[in-house]
Design a protein around this ligand. Structure first.
Ligand SMILES: *Cc1c(COP(=O)(O)O)cnc(C)c1O
Length: 358
């Protein structure tokens, strides 16, 4: 039986995507590759019905963090000032990237899992002359969905551009693309899009690209270089060809299932079933459902149950769950409902949870 991945990426693949990975050997200097790249790029903007004149997806090889690093290093001008919002591992990672590259940045720190203090954000923004704000949409550390629509409004009022880590929300949650402050989103192929690892992208507002740093801080992470090539059906370096084949198929499946809203509803439905099953056995969620994303929920380990026990019990039955990060490792476990999860899988999962927590 195939293992079902309930960790926040990579996800369990559909048979169609798994077949697509190995469907062809493709040279990236042939017209067949150019057509594939064009097709994937236009399907990516179509997910949120974005105008191709306004938005450009720029594909890169690498993990989600690669896209985030490319976004920050390509779009922050040398005299730019960045404000970072932190309330978990991934927000802290944004600050770390800025520090490594010598980007002038300030952060508003919240405890892991806490909600943003938007009043504080508003006053820091008003006082600070920031050119850019970077934030995480879905903070996967605890499954918290941050209010990026309200952050985008604050950015508009203060003339700052918003750079979003949408790695674990793109294709499953509403993203404020209508806000002129939103300049870019960093995304991976192997979370809510159901592709394979190795491919990521930054969805860029074209006007933001005009402000890209020159000379660039990095060769392989230079979004302007990748964008310029991809716009003329080229690629500067060998791309993740087979990951693109997989994503092309995964995007067909997303569209035929009814698009991101259907995916949102599906994830939410599965997450609710898991939460109800656990609640009946006294397992308490870390955050209220209203504060959580549809993608992942975090739970408190009940007294006397270690994470190792929960993990091993589920793994034996064919399910991979995820520990809490850092100091949360002994208190938390996380279950994501992304990926190709069938009705049969979920029934078996609920039965397994009943056994383990009864
Ligand atoms: C998964 C994830 C990332 C990227 O992780 P990689 O291991 O680099 O793919 C970044 N931000 C968030 C919010 C994530 O959930």
């Amino acid at each position: 039986m195939r293992p079902i991945l309930l960790n926040p990426g990579p996800v369990s693949l559909s048979d169609g995507v798994r077949r697509a990975v190995a469907a062809a050997d493709l040279c990236h200097r042939e017209p067949e590759f150019a057509a594939l790249q064009d097709r994937v790029r236009s399907k990516l903007t179509a997910i949120y019905q974005l105008e191709n004149n306004t938005w450009a997806p720029v594909l890169l090889g690498g993990s989600g963090t690669t896209a985030v690093e490319a976004m920050l290093t390509s779009l922050l001008p040398r005299n730019g000032r960045l404000l970072v919002l932190e309330n978990g591992v991934y927000g802290e990672r944004l600050s770390r990237i800025a520090a490594i590259h010598g980007i002038e940045s300030q952060s508003i720190k919240h405890g892991w899992c806490e909600s943003w203090d938007l009043e504080r954000v508003a006053s820091v923004l008003a006082a600070g002359k920031f050119t850019h704000v970077a934030a995480v949409h879905h903070e996967t550390t605890c499954g918290r969905l941050n209010p990026v629509d309200r952050l985008a409004s604050l950015c508009e009022m203060n003339g700052a551009e918003l750079l979003l880590d949408a790695v674990s929300s793109f294709a499953a949650e509403l993203i404020p693309f209508q806000s002129p402050a939103l300049s870019a989103c960093a995304v991976t192929a192997n979370k809510c899009l159901h592709g394979i690892p190795g491919l990521c992208f930054v969805l860029l507002r074209r006007t933001a690209l005009a402000g890209a740093v020159a000379p660039p801080r990095s060769l392989t992470l230079d979004l302007a270089l990748w964008a310029e090539h991809q716009e003329r059906q080229s690629t500067p370096f060998t791309p993740a060809v087979n990951s693109l084949l997989a994503l092309d198929q995964a995007l067909n499946e997303l569209a035929s299932e009814g698009g991101w809203r259907t995916r949102h509803a599906r994830y939410h439905h599965l997450a609710e079933r898991v939460a109800l099953c656990l609640a009946a056995r006294g397992v308490v969620p870390w955050l209220a459902a209203s504060e959580s994303s549809c993608v992942l929920r975090a739970y408190r380990l009940p007294q006397g149950k270690s994470y190792a026990e929960v993990h091993a019990g589920l793994k034996q039955r064919g399910f991979i769950v995820y520990a809490g990060q850092g100091e949360l490792a002994n208190e938390m476990f996380r279950i994501s409902t992304m990926g190709d999860i069938t009705e049969y899988d979920i029934e078996r999962l609920l039965a397994s949870l009943e056994m383990i927590f009864s």
